[in-house]
Design a protein around this ligand. Structure first.
Ligand code: SF4
Length: 517
């Protein structure tokens, strides 16, 4: 067992007397204020890199960006899933509480390290010393290959210089990354921040000399590295698809172990199954690898993907044809055996939304809208073009408001989306499914993916009448402020709201005037 797995709690590993009070900045402080602070504190280069890798519309308003959980969760999750890796957070106590809660909710099964701070340790630079001390204290090569230390919003805005940490201590690699909510828009892209940092480190090691072989030995065939977390059966299915072309499935990145990074970098071809891994793609391309977008979903998707992968790996057209002949008939039969009839809107933040939409369309569904919190990149272009050619509106960087508006306009038989969207759909008596729990938790690729969604989707569509019955049954309990069970119908006091609004406007004007002084 990893030493870090000893218990399932947050370990405050820096006993500096620091408490996490006095850090009165955070999500609520506002993106622009935090950005300006971080720039002033020497983080401009990193922020420019993030702005290029994870772009947002420059014309956006304050709320025109995807609603997401704290983005740092993506990096934290990648670190926590790796063997012999410890992950330490540096940030406000409330952020760390939320992040550790979520990571244990999703079954992290190991502890999260934490270096607390207060106003004094933050402004005097003592926090960095505390981090350095904590990293030294934890760097045990018998237990760990790597320690990941993540600067959350406040330490990033304060310029805590993780880049000054030693590159390794006693042979334990030290990976310091800034993952501020004001620089990394979604938790999906935060996975890329850590995966990219690890690939960069591992590439440097591989270039410098011999590195550890994969646990299961060096592959006898050329491999294809799979970029993006997916359902556990999918890599095996992809392995079977590649076999007739004389290829094998390589590691999945983000990896579960440090040495898999070397094997991932050694593959001549990388399949960017999830399209948002911009920093990771940069590392693969720097290592001279060919990156192929999209994924083997549905009949046309699998056909195009086999062709693209085969060509990228210099496989003969005959072998590519062999692979197609072996699998495409089975996919065609699976799609025909389990059709989906209905109108479906789809949105999510996993990065696989366009792939799922393709599968739905090939299964017979009408999909007017697909929204993804991720940005547009070249790696989803084949899917976007395919969907748009079939009349699907593809919305990158979709906000909840856009997803809701699309659902209200399309009046679908089923809405697939995030928690608030599903809630709104059910209120409107539209059957709905959570993307993350119910759609991402199924195979999508090749023959196993074709038809795998039909059962759950058709069952959900069939629930429409139940929603209508429930709505009729509960219709009398009120809506909005009057929802719930009351002895009497609550009395509305619109005057109170008007008063509060006036006070808030006054406060905003006062703040503005103070800023101008
Ligand atoms: S670290 Fe996450 S929770 Fe904390 S202020 Fe930043 S975005 Fe918000």
């Amino acid at each position: 067992m990893d030493r870090a797995v000893a218990d399932l709690a947050v370990i405050p590993i820096q006993p500096s007397g620091a408490t996490a009070s006095g850090d009165g900045v955070g999500c609520h402080t506002g993106r622009e204020t935090m950005l300006a602070a971080a720039q002033a504190a020497g983080k401009s280069t990193m922020l420019k890199r993030y702005a290029a890798d994870y772009p947002l519309d420059p014309q956006r308003g304050p709320h025109d960006q995807p609603q997401s959980m704290c983005p740092a969760f993506g990096s934290l999750r990648v670190g926590l899933r790796m063997r012999r890796t410890m992950t330490i957070l540096s940030g406000s106590a409330c952020c760390v509480y939320g992040l550790t809660f979520t990571s244990h909710f999703y079954g992290a099964r190991r502890s999260v390290g934490y270096v607390p701070f207060n106003s004094e340790t933050l402004v005097t630079g003592k926090l960095f010393e505390d981090i350095r001390e904590a990293v030294h204290a934890q760097a045990d090569p018998a237990a760990l290959d790597a320690i990941v230390i993540i600067n959350l919003c406040v330490p990033t805005a304060s310029g805590v210089p993780l880049q000054l940490l030693p590159r390794e201590i006693n042979g334990v690699r030290i990976i310091g990354i800034d993952v501020p909510g004001f620089g990394v828009p979604t938790h999906a892209e935060a996975k890329d921040v850590l995966a990219g940092a690890m690939l960069k480190y591992a590439r440097g090691e591989a270039e410098a000399g011999p590195v550890a072989a994969p646990r299961q030995g060096v592959a006898s065939k050329p491999t294809v590295t799979l970029l993006g977390e997916m359902f556990p059966a999918d890599p095996m299915i992809i392995g079977a698809l590649l076999e007739p072309m004389g290829l094998a499935a390589g590691p999945v990145v983000p990896t579960r172990e440090w040495r898999e990074l070397y094997a991932g970098l050694a593959s001549p071809v990388v399949a960017a199954l999830h399209p948002f891994y911009t920093a990771s793609v940069r590392e693969f391309q720097t290592a001279g690898r060919t990156v192929v977008g999209s994924a083997p979903v549905g009949l046309e998707g699998t056909e195009a993907w086999l062709q693209a992968i085969g060509q990228a790996a210099n496989v003969s057209q005959a072998a590519i044809g062999d692979a197609k002949n072996r699998f495409l008939p089975a996919i065609r039969a699976a799609l025909a055996a389990k059709p989906i009839k209905g109108r479906i809107t789809l949105s999510g933040y996993e990065g696989s939304e366009l792939l799922v939409a393709r599968l739905l369309v090939e299964s017979g569904a009408i999909v007017p809208y697909v929204g993804t919190a991720c940005p547009r990149t070249p790696w989803s272009d084949p899917d976007r073009e395919w969907l748009e050619a079939r009349g699907v509106h593809v919305q990158y960087r979709a906000s909840l408001e856009q997803d809701l508006a699309a659902m209200r306009e399309a009046r679908p038989d089923l809405a697939i989306g995030t928690t608030p969207l599903v809630q709104a759909a059910k209120e409107a008596r539209i059957p709905a499914l959570y993307f993350t729990n119910l759609i991402s938790a199924r195979p999508l690729m090749g023959p196993a993916g074709a038809g795998s969604l039909a059962t759950v989707i058709n069952a959900a569509i069939g629930n429409r009448r139940r929603f209508q019955r429930m709505s009729t049954f509960f219709g009398g309990v009120g809506q909005g402020d009057r929802a719930g069970v009351w002895e009497d119908v609550p009395t509305m006091h619109p005057g109170f709201r008007a008063d509060t609004r006036r006070q808030l406007e006054k406060l905003a004007k006062k703040r503005k005037a103070e800023e101008m002084l």
